[in-house]
Design a protein around this ligand. Sequence first.
Ligand code: AMP
Length: 156
Amino acid sequence: MPIVAFGLGSNLGDKAENLRQAVIQIEGRIGRVTAHSALYASLPWGYSSENTYINACVAVETHLPVEECLRITQEIEIGLGRLTKSRDGYQDRTIDIDILCYDRLIVETNELVVPHPLLHERLFVLEPLAEILPEWVHPVLGRTTVELLKTLTEPA
Ligand code: AMP
């Protein structure tokens, strides 16, 4: 069965509880969680806010196609109180769920880009992802999450 990895983030309300609820719903609607990273604290990325983030990643075994995973995670975001999307720049949010990868599938449509285009540039994504899927090889960059993390943390 395919493995899909989600990046989760929250910087409003009870952040750890928001992540926990998201994972419960992902498990109920998308598939069995096979790995859950630790929780990581991070600063807002791409905009400024005094509300820091908690981030985590989960790997999930699913029989659903990736487009269906996106539709469901968007419903979960709305259900958990996410009011706006990021079209006009980033902003505080109770929950953000990104699809980071889906096996080694490559998707590039208007609605969905997989692997997530900023996956290899964000420490708060790559660190938890490397924790749960260290051997996953990025299908475009041809490098494992651990190698990508090294590149990010030890620039040449
Ligand atoms: P967000 O960061 O949650 O505000 O997402 C904004 C939009 O990004 C969504 O409406 C999705 O259609 C689009 N999107 C593109 N690629 C992805 C991805 N890999 N995971 C989640 N959303 C994505």
